[in-house]
Design a protein around this ligand. Structure first.
Ligand SMILES: CC(C)(COP(=O)(O)OP(=O)(O)OC[C@H]1O[C@@H](n2cnc3c(N)ncnc32)[C@H](O)[C@@H]1OP(=O)(O)O)[C@@H](O)C(=O)NCCC(=O)NCCS
Length: 334
């Protein structure tokens, strides 16, 4: 998926970021709130995960509701009208309905009747998979202005009696608006410069939901072998970051900001140690958001853009790992 061009005289279509927006449900659930439901403590959760609080969707507030808020904020940030969008990709594992794709509900609610909309399901890596897919469709000329959204209501698939999992996740949404522009083909271009997606289905049952349409005809609850996920996370994330940097021909020192999937502070610290990344370059929001699965990367990105850390022309590396296992990364110039 590398868009880098070997012939420096040729121009290349680039997927350039035009706007960003995010949304968190109003209700905040603290670790102390959780300690009233399951046998846990603020101290245990903070120490093992870095999480202090998470947001939980209100009764009846759906993934598409969260996604709509984020999408409208991203469009406003881009200064664009909804009808300029010709592709919507929503990354989610918690769709409103089994089908149609929740992205089509968002398309209709935005009043868009042209172009296409579809969902991508790669669990916590969903936003990275969606962004890489958007980039591919944009550089091949199939889409010009694209809304890429990550939105989840994981609170609906948690087992609120399982302290090993219910303390980790939260709800939220984040969105990017991207437009295709001509670039030089060099790494100095703004937009997506390189990306890579991976999966290894041998680990299917290490992080999964124990229900489904074809198997049980139920929604099911999230199940996880925590220590197993932890073990693979640092290894997979470290390798995908290095591979993506190599595709673009850049060194780790050249990256201004690392925006990782926010699963667990200890995974982020482990990756930083392994790759010798400067801790001050890593954007961390897991303390405030918990793990919002496909929403976590755009939520973290929005925080770092709005507080002025990420500026125009900064080199930003996004990465994620999730159930499947799936993992991936995107290198872009903001
Ligand atoms: C989930 C995770 C925090 C658990 O930490 P851990 O150190 O591996 O803990 P273990 O699962 O080995 O459990 C250790 C003990 O803590 C207990 N425990 C688990 N959750 C607890 C909680 N919320 N509060 C208090 N104790 C808890 C366990 O029951 C176990 O007790 P025992 O020794 O009496 O049996 C850790 O494995 C992890 O972060 N894994 C990655 C998860 C992740 O990020 N998933 C999403 C990826 S997208």
């Amino acid at each position: 998926m590398n868009a880098k061009n070997s012939d420096s005289h040729m121009t290349t279509r680039r997927a350039v970021i035009k706007g960003i927006g995010s949304y968190l449900p109003e209700r905040v659930m603290t670790n102390d709130d959780l300690a009233k439901i399951v046998d846990t403590s603020d101290e245990w959760i903070r120490e093992r995960t870095g999480i202090v609080q998470r947001h939980i969707a209100a009764d009846g507030e759906t993934t598409s509701d969260l996604a709509m808020h984020a999408a409208q904020r991203a469009l406003a940030d881009a200064g664009m009208q909804a009808n300029e969008i010709d592709l919507i990709i929503l990354a989610t594992s918690t769709p409103d309905n089994t089908f149609p794709a929740t992205a089509t509900a968002i398309q209709a609610r935005l009043g868009i009747t042209h172009g296409a909309a579809f969902d991508i399901q790669a669990v916590c890596s969903g936003f990275i998979f969606a962004l890489n897919t958007a980039n591919s469709l944009m550089i091949t000329g199939q889409a010009d202005n694209v809304l890429v959204i990550g939105a989840e209501t994981f609170s609906r698939i948690l087992d609120w009696e399982d302290r090993g999992t219910c303390v980790l996740f939260g709800d939220g949404a984040g969105a990017l608006v991207l437009s295709a522009e001509e670039g030089s083909g060099e790494n100095s271009d703004r937009g997506i410069l390189a990306g890579k997606v991976r999966s290894d289905g041998r680990h299917y049952d290490k992080l999964y939901v124990d229900g489904g349409v074809s198997s049980t005809q139920t929604v099911g609850k999230l199940r996880m072998q925590g220590p197993e996920v932890f073990k693979h996370a640092v290894k997979n994330i470290s390798s995908i970051i290095s591979e993506t940097a190599e595709i673009a021909g850049i060194t780790m020192d050249e990256v201004d900001w690392f925006v990782p999937h926010q699963a667990n502070k200890r995974i982020l610290d482990g990756t930083a140690r392994k790759l010798k990344l400067a801790p001050e370059k890593i954007v961390i929001t897991v303390d405030k958001h918990g793990n919002t699965s496909a929403a976590s990367v755009p939520l973290a990105l929005d925080v770092a853009v709005k507080d002025g850390r990420i500026k125009k022309n900064d080199l930003v590396l996004l990465e994620a790992m999730g159930g499947g296992f799936t993992w991936g990364a995107v290198l872009l110039r903001w």
